[in-house]
Write a protein that binds this ligand. Structure first.
Ligand SMILES: NC(=O)c1ccc[n+]([C@@H]2O[C@H](COP(=O)([O-])OP(=O)(O)OC[C@H]3O[C@@H](n4cnc5c(N)ncnc54)[C@H](O)[C@@H]3O)[C@@H](O)[C@H]2O)c1
Length: 345
């Protein structure tokens, strides 16, 4: 294994490393979903649990299954959980580990680009509850996160592109070199060349890790990682969590955040154009034919709203992010313009 960096998140230490597929399976309670289990036929010789795949399985029943599996395997307090999967499996395995016997070790092996670039690092764990995303959870960083870009070869194209949305977000927030790299290496990225993916994953880990080291519990700075997400969550919710994948909605949300900044005359026009070009370059859908009032209504239900005010994450320029409330008239006109363009296409 090749060490990337060790982070200190509050009282937790997280070691990150690249590994080969042979170095993944650990002497631990292994947690897969049905798609990631198929990648490891040798798992049947070990203690393992296989959950249904996808967001719909991010619930109490799955946590119950993991905890029962840990008891059946006689896992003690010194035992270890190892989640091998996308963001759903990583979030749930770490959640189960955080509550089992008041906290056991957890190793995460992310297998989607979204989980490698974002979800596996930083300690947010949880499940959805009564239709609310990530309503129940803990902050519980993994002891180790093992990254194996070769696992991305079997990922469906749409899931891969979903991860690219989060990678672009990370570049906008904290790494102008990554932004340039994404512009110059699209073909290698889309071919899933291992060394190219290693470079972008490493850069995403550094940006996210540095932010979370400053603010594990999201009291301030960490909120910038939600760039584009207020818009994205509203779009996902209005379109019934089906037409748009999370990453596709995030890509659209990034454009909406940038256009809101342009409308307020705080975002550099040239930078706004660069962001649009980047999103087009990766073939993201940039216009949403969705009722503007419904989107605003969904934003008003966002759980990040405080004292009746939604704070938006906006950017003046690359690596220059601010958080501020925005008048709903401004949001309305940005969204309406976007919808009108969708109608023209
Ligand atoms: N904790 C955090 O900081 C954080 C951050 C961002 C997102 N998230 C969470 O992540 C989740 C989304 O993660 P996701 O996009 O990885 O979704 P996911 O875990 O549902 O995985 C997407 C699909 O890809 C399949 N899959 C995974 N790896 C595969 C592989 N290598 N080959 C073939 N198929 C594979 C899965 O079985 C699933 O069907 C959401 O629940 C979100 O809340 C958490």
């Amino acid at each position: 294994m090749i060490d990337i960096r060790t982070f200190q998140f509050g009282n937790f230490v997280t070691r990150t490393m690249f590994c080969t597929p042979e170095e993944i399976l650990e002497d631990a309670l292994l947690v897969f979903d049905e798609n990631t289990a198929a990648l490891f036929p040798e798992r049947s010789l070990r203690n393992s649990i296989v959950l249904p795949s996808g967001e719909k399985a991010k619930n109490w029943q799955s946590i119950d299954k993991i905890i029962k599996g840990a008891i059946d395997a006689s896992l003690g307090r010194d035992g270890c959980f190892c989640g091998i999967g996308g963001g759903v499996i990583c979030d749930m395995t770490a959640f189960a580990a955080s509550v089992y016997m008041r906290g056991c070790s957890v190793i995460l092996v992310p297998t989607t680009l979204l989980a490698m670039a974002d979800a596996s690092l930083g300690g947010k764990t949880g499940i959805d509850y009564e239709g609310y995303k990530n309503m129940v959870g803990t902050f519980y960083p993994a002891q180790e996160v093992r990254y194996c870009p070769d696992l991305l070869k079997s990922l469906p194209d749409r899931e891969f592109l979903s991860g690219i949305g989060e990678v672009i977000k990370t570049a906008m927030l904290g790494d102008r070199e990554l932004f340039r790299y994404l512009k110059e290496n699209r073909d290698l990225i889309m071919e899933r060349d291992s060394d190219t993916l290693k470079e972008i994953i490493k850069r995403c880990i550094m940006v996210k890790g540095n932010v979370v080291e400053e603010d594990l519990n999201e009291k301030g700075l960490r909120a910038i990682l939600n760039l584009g997400h207020t818009f994205a969550h509203a779009l996902e919710s209005v379109s019934g969590f089906s037409d748009w994948s999370h990453g596709e909605a995030v890509a659209w949300g990034l454009l909406m955040a940038i256009e809101t900044g342009v409308e307020l005359e705080i975002t550099d026009n040239y930078y706004a154009l660069e962001v649009r070009k980047m999103l087009e370059y990766y073939n993201f859908q940039l216009y949403a034919d969705v009722d503007t009032d419904k989107l605003i209504q969904a934003m008003n239900q966002d759980k990040k709203k405080k004292d009746g005010i939604i704070n938006f994450i906006l950017q003046k320029n690359i690596e220059d992010t601010i958080i501020r409330p925005v008048d709903s008239d401004i949001i309305h006109s940005v969204l309406k313009r976007n919808r009108d363009k969708a109608g023209d296409m």
